[in-house]
Design a protein around this ligand. Structure first.
Ligand code: NAD
Ligand code: MG
Length: 407
Protein backbone atom coordinates (compact mmCIF):
# COMPACT_ATOMS: atom_id res chain seq x y z
CA UNK A 1 0.00 0.00 0.00
CA UNK A 2 2.83 2.37 0.78
CA UNK A 3 4.88 3.38 -2.26
CA UNK A 4 7.92 1.45 -3.41
CA UNK A 5 11.23 3.23 -2.93
CA UNK A 6 12.54 5.30 -5.78
CA UNK A 7 9.35 7.28 -6.09
CA UNK A 8 10.30 8.71 -9.51
CA UNK A 9 7.69 11.29 -10.37
CA UNK A 10 6.83 11.85 -6.72
CA UNK A 11 10.10 13.71 -6.10
CA UNK A 12 9.12 16.97 -4.40
CA UNK A 13 9.55 20.31 -6.02
CA UNK A 14 9.94 23.17 -3.62
CA UNK A 15 8.11 24.98 -2.25
CA UNK A 16 5.67 22.23 -1.46
CA UNK A 17 2.07 23.12 -0.63
CA UNK A 18 0.96 21.56 2.65
CA UNK A 19 -2.32 21.17 4.57
CA UNK A 20 -2.25 20.10 8.21
CA UNK A 21 -5.40 18.45 9.60
CA UNK A 22 -5.21 18.60 13.40
CA UNK A 23 -2.69 21.48 13.39
CA UNK A 24 -3.11 22.30 17.10
CA UNK A 25 -2.32 18.75 18.25
CA UNK A 26 0.98 17.19 19.19
CA UNK A 27 1.77 15.87 15.68
CA UNK A 28 0.30 18.98 14.02
CA UNK A 29 2.46 21.35 16.05
CA UNK A 30 5.56 19.18 15.53
CA UNK A 31 4.86 19.29 11.78
CA UNK A 32 4.74 23.08 11.82
CA UNK A 33 7.96 23.17 13.88
CA UNK A 34 9.73 21.16 11.18
CA UNK A 35 8.27 23.50 8.54
CA UNK A 36 9.50 26.54 10.50
CA UNK A 37 13.07 25.23 10.37
CA UNK A 38 13.10 25.64 6.60
CA UNK A 39 10.14 27.91 5.81
CA UNK A 40 11.09 28.58 2.18
CA UNK A 41 10.27 24.96 1.34
CA UNK A 42 6.60 25.03 2.28
CA UNK A 43 3.46 27.02 1.57
CA UNK A 44 0.60 26.34 3.94
CA UNK A 45 -2.74 25.87 2.24
CA UNK A 46 -4.98 25.03 5.21
CA UNK A 47 -4.75 24.34 8.94
CA UNK A 48 -7.60 22.73 10.89
CA UNK A 49 -8.40 22.15 14.57
CA UNK A 50 -11.29 20.97 16.67
CA UNK A 51 -12.15 24.04 18.74
CA UNK A 52 -9.05 25.89 19.95
CA UNK A 53 -9.62 28.86 17.67
CA UNK A 54 -7.11 31.22 19.28
CA UNK A 55 -4.26 28.74 18.99
CA UNK A 56 -5.26 27.85 15.42
CA UNK A 57 -5.37 31.53 14.40
CA UNK A 58 -1.91 32.10 15.90
CA UNK A 59 -0.51 29.17 13.88
CA UNK A 60 -2.31 30.30 10.72
CA UNK A 61 -0.89 33.82 10.99
CA UNK A 62 2.59 32.60 11.82
CA UNK A 63 2.68 30.20 8.84
CA UNK A 64 0.71 32.47 6.47
CA UNK A 65 -1.95 29.83 5.85
CA UNK A 66 -4.62 30.59 3.26
CA UNK A 67 -7.41 28.92 5.25
CA UNK A 68 -8.07 28.05 8.89
CA UNK A 69 -10.94 25.75 9.91
CA UNK A 70 -12.43 24.77 13.26
CA UNK A 71 -14.56 21.62 13.33
CA UNK A 72 -16.75 22.96 16.11
CA UNK A 73 -19.10 25.64 14.71
CA UNK A 74 -19.32 27.23 18.18
CA UNK A 75 -15.67 28.31 17.82
CA UNK A 76 -16.24 30.12 14.49
CA UNK A 77 -16.83 33.60 15.95
CA UNK A 78 -13.63 33.45 17.94
CA UNK A 79 -11.68 32.25 14.90
CA UNK A 80 -12.99 35.05 12.67
CA UNK A 81 -12.18 37.64 15.30
CA UNK A 82 -8.69 36.28 15.82
CA UNK A 83 -8.04 36.31 12.06
CA UNK A 84 -9.52 39.75 11.41
CA UNK A 85 -7.36 41.81 9.07
CA UNK A 86 -5.04 38.89 8.26
CA UNK A 87 -6.54 38.02 4.87
CA UNK A 88 -6.74 34.37 6.01
CA UNK A 89 -10.05 32.67 5.21
CA UNK A 90 -11.97 31.19 8.13
CA UNK A 91 -14.49 28.35 8.08
CA UNK A 92 -16.18 26.03 10.57
CA UNK A 93 -17.93 22.70 10.88
CA UNK A 94 -17.00 19.08 10.10
CA UNK A 95 -17.86 19.58 6.41
CA UNK A 96 -15.46 22.55 6.22
CA UNK A 97 -12.68 20.30 7.57
CA UNK A 98 -13.40 17.83 4.73
CA UNK A 99 -13.35 20.72 2.24
CA UNK A 100 -10.00 21.90 3.62
CA UNK A 101 -8.60 18.45 2.82
CA UNK A 102 -9.96 18.79 -0.72
CA UNK A 103 -8.09 22.05 -1.41
CA UNK A 104 -5.22 21.63 -3.87
CA UNK A 105 -2.20 21.03 -1.64
CA UNK A 106 0.34 18.41 -2.67
CA UNK A 107 0.76 16.98 0.79
CA UNK A 108 -1.81 16.52 3.55
CA UNK A 109 -0.65 15.74 7.06
CA UNK A 110 -3.51 13.71 8.56
CA UNK A 111 -3.05 14.38 12.28
CA UNK A 112 -6.59 14.51 13.67
CA UNK A 113 -7.04 12.08 16.55
CA UNK A 114 -9.59 9.30 16.33
CA UNK A 115 -12.17 8.22 13.77
CA UNK A 116 -13.10 11.92 13.40
CA UNK A 117 -10.13 12.01 11.02
CA UNK A 118 -11.56 9.38 8.68
CA UNK A 119 -13.67 11.52 6.34
CA UNK A 120 -11.19 14.41 5.90
CA UNK A 121 -8.31 11.97 5.35
CA UNK A 122 -10.36 10.04 2.80
CA UNK A 123 -11.17 13.32 1.05
CA UNK A 124 -7.43 13.93 0.58
CA UNK A 125 -6.97 10.34 -0.63
CA UNK A 126 -9.81 10.71 -3.13
CA UNK A 127 -8.13 13.62 -4.88
CA UNK A 128 -4.94 11.56 -5.20
CA UNK A 129 -2.88 13.61 -2.73
CA UNK A 130 0.27 12.53 -0.94
CA UNK A 131 -1.03 11.82 2.57
CA UNK A 132 1.21 11.72 5.62
CA UNK A 133 -0.77 9.39 7.85
CA UNK A 134 -0.48 9.98 11.59
CA UNK A 135 -4.15 9.19 12.23
CA UNK A 136 -3.95 5.43 12.75
CA UNK A 137 -7.57 5.17 13.91
CA UNK A 138 -8.85 5.76 10.36
CA UNK A 139 -6.90 2.75 9.07
CA UNK A 140 -8.12 0.65 11.98
CA UNK A 141 -11.74 1.72 11.62
CA UNK A 142 -12.03 1.48 7.84
CA UNK A 143 -8.84 -0.27 6.74
CA UNK A 144 -10.02 -2.29 3.73
CA UNK A 145 -12.12 0.51 2.34
CA UNK A 146 -9.35 3.05 2.95
CA UNK A 147 -6.71 0.93 1.20
CA UNK A 148 -9.07 0.41 -1.75
CA UNK A 149 -9.59 4.16 -2.10
CA UNK A 150 -5.85 4.81 -1.99
CA UNK A 151 -5.35 2.36 -4.87
CA UNK A 152 -8.35 3.62 -6.88
CA UNK A 153 -7.25 7.25 -6.71
CA UNK A 154 -3.50 6.70 -7.03
CA UNK A 155 -2.95 8.46 -3.72
CA UNK A 156 0.36 8.05 -1.93
CA UNK A 157 0.27 7.04 1.71
CA UNK A 158 3.34 7.81 3.81
CA UNK A 159 3.41 6.46 7.38
CA UNK A 160 4.10 9.08 10.06
CA UNK A 161 3.63 6.73 13.02
CA UNK A 162 7.25 6.23 14.12
CA UNK A 163 7.22 2.41 13.97
CA UNK A 164 5.62 2.28 10.52
CA UNK A 165 7.83 5.05 9.25
CA UNK A 166 10.79 3.03 10.52
CA UNK A 167 9.60 -0.09 8.68
CA UNK A 168 9.00 1.97 5.53
CA UNK A 169 12.57 3.28 5.72
CA UNK A 170 14.06 -0.13 6.58
CA UNK A 171 12.28 -1.82 3.66
CA UNK A 172 14.67 0.30 1.58
CA UNK A 173 13.16 -0.72 -1.73
CA UNK A 174 13.65 -4.47 -1.24
CA UNK A 175 11.12 -6.57 -3.19
CA UNK A 176 8.22 -7.70 -1.05
CA UNK A 177 8.92 -11.38 -1.71
CA UNK A 178 12.13 -11.03 0.32
CA UNK A 179 10.27 -9.73 3.35
CA UNK A 180 9.57 -12.32 6.05
CA UNK A 181 8.13 -10.24 8.88
CA UNK A 182 8.36 -6.92 10.63
CA UNK A 183 8.89 -5.98 14.26
CA UNK A 184 7.18 -2.98 15.87
CA UNK A 185 8.77 -1.81 19.09
CA UNK A 186 6.77 -0.55 22.06
CA UNK A 187 8.09 1.49 24.98
CA UNK A 188 5.82 -0.43 27.36
CA UNK A 189 4.44 2.90 28.62
CA UNK A 190 4.21 4.02 32.25
CA UNK A 191 2.96 0.61 33.46
CA UNK A 192 5.61 -1.56 31.84
CA UNK A 193 6.68 -2.96 35.21
CA UNK A 194 3.47 -2.28 37.18
CA UNK A 195 1.36 -5.05 38.73
CA UNK A 196 -2.30 -5.59 37.77
CA UNK A 197 -3.21 -4.19 41.21
CA UNK A 198 -1.30 -0.97 40.56
CA UNK A 199 -2.88 -0.72 37.12
CA UNK A 200 -6.36 -1.18 38.62
CA UNK A 201 -5.75 1.90 40.79
CA UNK A 202 -4.11 3.99 38.06
CA UNK A 203 -5.28 7.60 37.81
CA UNK A 204 -5.39 9.59 34.54
CA UNK A 205 -2.36 11.61 35.68
CA UNK A 206 -0.35 8.45 36.20
CA UNK A 207 -1.42 7.02 32.80
CA UNK A 208 -0.54 10.31 31.10
CA UNK A 209 3.03 10.27 32.46
CA UNK A 210 4.65 8.58 29.47
CA UNK A 211 8.34 7.81 30.04
CA UNK A 212 9.64 8.67 26.53
CA UNK A 213 7.13 10.45 24.28
CA UNK A 214 5.13 13.70 24.63
CA UNK A 215 1.88 13.07 22.78
CA UNK A 216 -1.84 13.88 22.85
CA UNK A 217 -3.88 12.49 25.77
CA UNK A 218 -5.69 9.75 23.81
CA UNK A 219 -2.61 8.10 22.32
CA UNK A 220 -0.79 8.44 25.66
CA UNK A 221 -3.50 6.41 27.40
CA UNK A 222 -3.45 3.97 24.47
CA UNK A 223 0.29 3.56 25.08
CA UNK A 224 -0.37 2.84 28.75
CA UNK A 225 -2.88 0.06 27.91
CA UNK A 226 -0.76 -0.96 24.89
CA UNK A 227 -3.91 -0.62 22.77
CA UNK A 228 -1.71 1.78 20.81
CA UNK A 229 0.47 -1.14 19.73
CA UNK A 230 -2.65 -3.18 18.99
CA UNK A 231 -3.93 -0.40 16.73
CA UNK A 232 -0.47 -0.28 15.15
CA UNK A 233 -0.57 -4.01 14.32
CA UNK A 234 -3.80 -3.37 12.40
CA UNK A 235 -2.29 -0.23 10.83
CA UNK A 236 0.78 -2.23 9.71
CA UNK A 237 -1.40 -4.97 8.25
CA UNK A 238 -3.07 -2.43 5.95
CA UNK A 239 0.02 -0.36 5.16
CA UNK A 240 2.33 -3.25 4.35
CA UNK A 241 -0.18 -5.92 3.31
CA UNK A 242 1.12 -8.34 5.93
CA UNK A 243 -0.62 -11.18 7.68
CA UNK A 244 -1.14 -10.58 11.41
CA UNK A 245 1.33 -13.39 12.21
CA UNK A 246 4.09 -11.58 10.32
CA UNK A 247 3.80 -8.53 12.59
CA UNK A 248 5.72 -8.98 15.83
CA UNK A 249 5.71 -6.65 18.84
CA UNK A 250 8.72 -6.30 21.12
CA UNK A 251 8.94 -4.07 24.19
CA UNK A 252 11.95 -1.77 23.99
CA UNK A 253 11.96 0.68 26.92
CA UNK A 254 14.46 3.15 25.41
CA UNK A 255 12.32 3.87 22.28
CA UNK A 256 15.40 4.25 20.10
CA UNK A 257 14.90 1.35 17.69
CA UNK A 258 11.48 2.13 16.20
CA UNK A 259 10.89 -0.71 13.78
CA UNK A 260 12.70 -3.62 12.13
CA UNK A 261 12.35 -5.62 8.96
CA UNK A 262 13.36 -9.29 8.84
CA UNK A 263 14.26 -10.60 5.39
CA UNK A 264 14.12 -14.19 4.16
CA UNK A 265 17.92 -14.58 4.39
CA UNK A 266 17.91 -13.69 8.09
CA UNK A 267 19.12 -10.11 7.60
CA UNK A 268 17.43 -7.57 9.84
CA UNK A 269 17.32 -3.86 9.00
CA UNK A 270 16.21 -1.39 11.66
CA UNK A 271 15.63 2.33 11.81
CA UNK A 272 16.91 4.15 14.91
CA UNK A 273 16.44 7.69 16.08
CA UNK A 274 15.69 9.76 19.17
CA UNK A 275 12.10 9.46 20.44
CA UNK A 276 11.06 12.66 18.70
CA UNK A 277 8.21 12.73 16.19
CA UNK A 278 9.97 15.47 14.22
CA UNK A 279 12.19 12.74 12.73
CA UNK A 280 9.46 10.66 11.00
CA UNK A 281 7.52 13.87 10.25
CA UNK A 282 10.55 15.39 8.48
CA UNK A 283 11.01 12.15 6.54
CA UNK A 284 7.41 12.32 5.30
CA UNK A 285 7.46 16.08 4.57
CA UNK A 286 10.48 15.70 2.29
CA UNK A 287 10.04 12.16 0.96
CA UNK A 288 11.71 10.91 -1.19
CA UNK A 289 14.20 13.64 -0.34
CA UNK A 290 15.37 14.60 3.17
CA UNK A 291 15.25 17.75 5.30
CA UNK A 292 17.77 18.95 7.86
CA UNK A 293 16.32 19.07 11.39
CA UNK A 294 17.74 20.37 14.64
CA UNK A 295 16.58 17.24 16.49
CA UNK A 296 19.06 16.04 19.13
CA UNK A 297 21.26 13.32 17.61
CA UNK A 298 21.47 9.82 19.01
CA UNK A 299 24.42 9.32 21.36
CA UNK A 300 24.88 5.55 21.45
CA UNK A 301 27.73 5.63 23.98
CA UNK A 302 25.65 7.76 26.37
CA UNK A 303 22.77 5.34 25.87
CA UNK A 304 25.06 2.41 26.61
CA UNK A 305 22.48 -0.32 26.09
CA UNK A 306 19.29 -1.20 24.27
CA UNK A 307 16.88 -3.60 25.99
CA UNK A 308 14.20 -5.80 24.48
CA UNK A 309 11.55 -7.94 26.19
CA UNK A 310 8.36 -9.79 25.28
CA UNK A 311 5.06 -7.99 25.98
CA UNK A 312 2.97 -9.46 28.81
CA UNK A 313 -0.46 -10.42 27.45
CA UNK A 314 -1.91 -10.89 30.94
CA UNK A 315 -1.28 -7.28 31.99
CA UNK A 316 -1.84 -5.84 28.50
CA UNK A 317 -4.87 -7.71 27.09
CA UNK A 318 -5.46 -4.93 24.52
CA UNK A 319 -2.71 -6.40 22.35
CA UNK A 320 -4.49 -9.75 22.12
CA UNK A 321 -7.86 -8.06 21.54
CA UNK A 322 -6.50 -6.08 18.60
CA UNK A 323 -4.98 -9.20 17.06
CA UNK A 324 -8.30 -10.99 17.48
CA UNK A 325 -10.21 -8.11 15.86
CA UNK A 326 -7.79 -8.11 12.94
CA UNK A 327 -8.13 -11.89 12.45
CA UNK A 328 -11.92 -11.63 12.53
CA UNK A 329 -11.93 -8.69 10.12
CA UNK A 330 -15.16 -7.07 8.91
CA UNK A 331 -16.43 -4.58 11.47
CA UNK A 332 -14.52 -6.02 14.45
CA UNK A 333 -11.66 -3.47 14.17
CA UNK A 334 -14.22 -0.64 13.69
CA UNK A 335 -15.90 -1.68 16.95
CA UNK A 336 -12.58 -2.16 18.77
CA UNK A 337 -11.52 1.37 17.82
CA UNK A 338 -14.83 3.13 18.56
CA UNK A 339 -15.28 1.43 21.95
CA UNK A 340 -11.68 2.17 22.87
CA UNK A 341 -12.10 5.86 22.01
CA UNK A 342 -15.13 6.23 24.27
CA UNK A 343 -13.62 4.14 27.06
CA UNK A 344 -10.42 6.23 27.01
CA UNK A 345 -12.52 9.43 27.24
CA UNK A 346 -14.42 7.92 30.17
CA UNK A 347 -11.17 6.97 31.90
CA UNK A 348 -9.74 10.48 31.37
CA UNK A 349 -12.96 11.95 32.80
CA UNK A 350 -12.57 9.79 35.91
CA UNK A 351 -15.68 7.74 35.12
CA UNK A 352 -14.07 4.28 34.82
CA UNK A 353 -10.91 2.56 36.00
CA UNK A 354 -7.86 1.93 33.86
CA UNK A 355 -8.45 -1.81 33.47
CA UNK A 356 -12.07 -1.14 32.44
CA UNK A 357 -10.83 0.20 29.10
CA UNK A 358 -9.67 -3.16 27.74
CA UNK A 359 -12.45 -4.99 29.61
CA UNK A 360 -15.09 -2.91 27.81
CA UNK A 361 -13.45 -3.52 24.44
CA UNK A 362 -13.42 -7.26 25.17
CA UNK A 363 -17.13 -7.23 26.03
CA UNK A 364 -17.95 -5.27 22.88
CA UNK A 365 -16.11 -7.78 20.71
CA UNK A 366 -18.44 -10.48 22.10
CA UNK A 367 -21.59 -8.60 20.96
CA UNK A 368 -23.31 -9.02 17.57
CA UNK A 369 -22.01 -5.53 16.64
CA UNK A 370 -18.55 -6.97 16.11
CA UNK A 371 -19.91 -9.46 13.59
CA UNK A 372 -21.31 -6.75 11.29
CA UNK A 373 -19.42 -6.54 8.00
CA UNK A 374 -19.61 -2.97 6.69
CA UNK A 375 -19.04 -2.62 2.96
CA UNK A 376 -19.29 1.12 2.43
CA UNK A 377 -18.09 4.23 4.22
CA UNK A 378 -21.65 4.93 5.35
CA UNK A 379 -21.86 1.45 6.90
CA UNK A 380 -18.52 1.92 8.66
CA UNK A 381 -19.68 5.28 10.07
CA UNK A 382 -22.99 3.75 11.19
CA UNK A 383 -21.23 0.86 12.93
CA UNK A 384 -18.78 3.30 14.54
CA UNK A 385 -21.72 5.36 15.88
CA UNK A 386 -23.57 2.25 17.14
CA UNK A 387 -20.46 0.99 18.93
CA UNK A 388 -20.08 4.40 20.61
CA UNK A 389 -23.72 4.34 21.74
CA UNK A 390 -23.31 0.77 23.05
CA UNK A 391 -20.26 1.86 25.04
CA UNK A 392 -21.91 4.95 26.55
CA UNK A 393 -24.81 2.77 27.68
CA UNK A 394 -22.55 0.02 29.00
CA UNK A 395 -20.48 2.53 30.96
CA UNK A 396 -23.58 4.52 31.98
CA UNK A 397 -22.30 7.62 30.25
CA UNK A 398 -25.61 8.18 28.46
CA UNK A 399 -26.09 11.77 27.41
CA UNK A 400 -22.36 12.50 27.51
CA UNK A 401 -20.90 13.63 24.26
CA UNK A 402 -17.47 14.52 25.53
CA UNK A 403 -14.43 14.58 23.34
CA UNK A 404 -10.89 13.42 23.86
CA UNK A 405 -9.81 16.68 22.23
CA UNK A 406 -7.61 18.48 24.67
CA UNK A 407 -5.80 20.33 21.92
P1 NAD B 1 -3.74 15.51 19.84
O1 NAD B 1 -4.88 15.20 20.73
O2 NAD B 1 -2.56 16.19 20.39
O3 NAD B 1 -4.27 16.40 18.60
C1 NAD B 1 -5.39 16.03 17.88
C2 NAD B 1 -5.74 17.08 16.83
O4 NAD B 1 -6.98 16.68 16.24
C3 NAD B 1 -5.96 18.48 17.38
O5 NAD B 1 -5.52 19.44 16.46
C4 NAD B 1 -7.48 18.56 17.55
O6 NAD B 1 -7.95 19.89 17.49
C5 NAD B 1 -7.94 17.74 16.35
N1 NAD B 1 -9.26 17.14 16.57
C6 NAD B 1 -9.68 16.41 17.65
N2 NAD B 1 -10.95 16.02 17.51
C7 NAD B 1 -11.37 16.52 16.32
C8 NAD B 1 -12.61 16.47 15.61
N3 NAD B 1 -13.68 15.85 16.12
N4 NAD B 1 -12.67 17.07 14.40
C9 NAD B 1 -11.61 17.71 13.88
N5 NAD B 1 -10.41 17.80 14.51
C10 NAD B 1 -10.29 17.21 15.71
O7 NAD B 1 -3.32 14.14 19.13
P2 NAD B 1 -1.88 13.69 18.61
O8 NAD B 1 -1.12 13.11 19.72
O9 NAD B 1 -1.26 14.78 17.81
O10 NAD B 1 -2.29 12.49 17.65
C11 NAD B 1 -2.89 12.70 16.40
C12 NAD B 1 -2.95 11.38 15.66
O11 NAD B 1 -1.61 10.95 15.38
C13 NAD B 1 -3.59 10.25 16.46
O12 NAD B 1 -4.29 9.42 15.59
C14 NAD B 1 -2.40 9.50 17.04
O13 NAD B 1 -2.67 8.14 17.25
C15 NAD B 1 -1.38 9.67 15.94
N6 NAD B 1 0.01 9.62 16.39
C16 NAD B 1 0.45 10.53 17.29
C17 NAD B 1 1.77 10.49 17.74
C18 NAD B 1 2.30 11.52 18.70
O14 NAD B 1 3.49 11.53 18.98
N7 NAD B 1 1.50 12.40 19.25
C19 NAD B 1 2.62 9.48 17.28
C20 NAD B 1 2.13 8.57 16.35
C21 NAD B 1 0.81 8.65 15.92
MG1 MG C 1 3.64 4.66 17.12
Amino acid sequence: MIPAAGAGDCAPHWPRRLTVLGATGSVGRATLEVVAEDPGRFEIEALTAHRRAGELARLARRHRARLAVVADPAAYGELREALAGSGIEAAAGPRAVVEAAMRPSELVMAAIVGAAGLEPTLAAVRRGAVVGLANKECLVSAGELFVREVATHDAVLLPVDSEHNAVFQALAGNPRRHLERIVLTASGGPFRTASREEMARATPDRALAHPNWRMGAKITVDSATMMNKGLEIIEAHHLFGLDERAIEVVVHPQSVVHGLVVFTDGSVLAQLGPPDMRVPIAHVLAWPSRLATGVARLDLVALGRLDFEAPDPARFPALTLAREALRRGGGAPTVLNAVNEIAVEAFLAGRIGFLDIARTVEEALATPLAAVRPGTLEEVLRLDAEARTWTRRRLRLAGQHGSADRA
